[in-house]
Design a protein around this ligand. Structure first.
Ligand code: FES
Length: 151
């Protein structure tokens, strides 16, 4: 009596062990990618859009000396201040617990309303709990327009 289970020559029958080997290899590759991609994005932040961005802020004539403007550039809150010498830009995020600072033009100080911190016009801590100054950004005035470079 002949068996109906015979296979054509040249084709191998899938085995449970072969399937498990394939599944383990697939899981290993997925795990390797899951561990490698975040490391690569940390090493090359520009790949995730964290590079420098030159953002147009305002027309230079639209901001009088003593005025400020808070904008968002590259996902960061930035405060632009104009004084007698030109424009300066700092992070608008307080280095204590992350509240938004405001510019007090008459005193030439940045104030944080959350815990009464005071930063001087260069972003240095004058009083309050912040552990570090406000990070500064580069500002350019080109053709009557103000640009800030947020890295
Ligand atoms: S968050 Fe600004 S002083 Fe606390």
């Amino acid at each position: 009596m002949s068996s109906d289970r015979s296979e054509p020559s040249g084709l191998s029958q899938p085995t449970r062990r072969g399937f498990l080997d394939w599944l383990i290899a697939l899981c290993s590759m997925a795990t390797g990618l899951a561990m490698t991609i975040p490391g690569a994005m940390y090493l090359w932040p520009a790949a995730r859009g964290g590079g420098s961005e030159l953002a147009e802020v305002v027309g230079a004539a639209d901001m009088a000396p003593g005025q400020s403007k808070t904008i968002q550039a590259a996902g960061k809150a930035v405060i632009i201040v104009r004084d007698r010498n030109g424009f300066r830009a700092y992070s608008a995020i307080c280095t204590h617990l992350g509240c938004l600072v405001t510019w007090e033009g008459a005193k030439e100080e940045f104030l944080c309303p959350c815990h009464a911190a005071v930063f001087d016009k260069r972003g240095q801590v004058v009083s309050g709990p912040p552990p570090s100054p406000l990070p500064a950004y580069d500002v350019k005035e080109v053709g009557g327009k103000v640009y800030v470079s947020v890295a």
